[in-house]
Design a protein around this ligand. Structure first.
Ligand code: MG
Ligand code: ZN
Length: 228
């Protein structure tokens, strides 16, 4: 728990928006587009899974392993969001599934309009499961739902013990928390328990899975939770 210390803190009042970019119309427009995306996905019987996490958390590794497990059973496509590179998309293409790269430029998150544009490049009639790798960021994707059916947040133990408490809002809407790189707990000097407890305090409905993407441990559990 954070200790009470005396200092001046600048924070928004209830309902006040500090960030001039986060104008309300803008957020409402995103929400409307996300609802439209969901309708399009549902009418094509396509399940979309938004994967969130910091840079280096292990989003791409998790998606790769999920694709490998599921591709014999489902037709899969992946949308990979990144500021400027195609590194992650290239790693997923190796699995033999269709990948649409979205380069957001300076945008630090995907929004519903960007996903809509990526979806237009796919024949969704032929896609059962759509994985969306969001830009590596645990802050603003909170305000930009995409229309996906599931939100998985990936937090690796190598980020240290405070990733969850410092990004509480992202866990409120998420359905699954993946604690990745649990094989490195000993080197980090703490266990996944702290991350798990912090996340469940924020969202008691969150399902938590520990993974090691080197051995593939935990990935079956993620598949089971996604009911795929
Ligand atoms: Mg990645
Ligand atoms: Zn952003």
């Amino acid at each position: 728990m954070a200790q009470e210390v005396e200092m001046e803190v600048v924070r928004p009042a209830e309902g006040e928006i500090f960030d001039i970019e986060l104008d309300e119309d803008f957020l409402r427009r995103n929400r409307e587009l996300s609802e439209k995306n969901r309708q399009i996905l549902d009418s094509n019987d396509c399940t979309a899974i938004d994967v969130l996490g910091s840079v280096g958390a292990g989003k791409t590794s998790l998606i790769k392993l999920l694709v490998r497990k599921l591709k014999s059973k489902h037709r899969i496509a992946v949308v990979a969001g990144d500021l400027t590179t195609e590194l992650d998309a290239a790693r997923i293409v190796e699995e033999g599934v269709e990948v649409i790269q979205i380069n957001t430029g300076k945008e630090c998150h995907l929004d519903a309009n960007l996903l809509k544009k990526a979806m237009e490049k796919l024949d969704l009639q032929k896609v059962d499961v759509l994985f969306i790798e969001n830009v590596g960021n645990l802050i603003c994707p909170t305000d930009f739902p995409l229309g996906s059916h599931h939100r998985i947040v990936v937090v690796s133990v190598t980020e240290g013990p405070h990733t969850v408490v410092k990004h509480p809002f992202i866990f409120e809407d998420a359905s699954i928390l993946v604690i990745s790189k649990v094989d490195l707990c000993q080197a980090m000097g703490f266990g996944p328990q702290t991350l798990r407890e912090d996340a469940l305090r924020i969202n008691p409905k969150l399902r938590v899975v520990e993974t090691n993407c080197v051995t593939g441990e935990g990935v079956d559990q993620v598949v089971a939770l996604l009911q795929l």
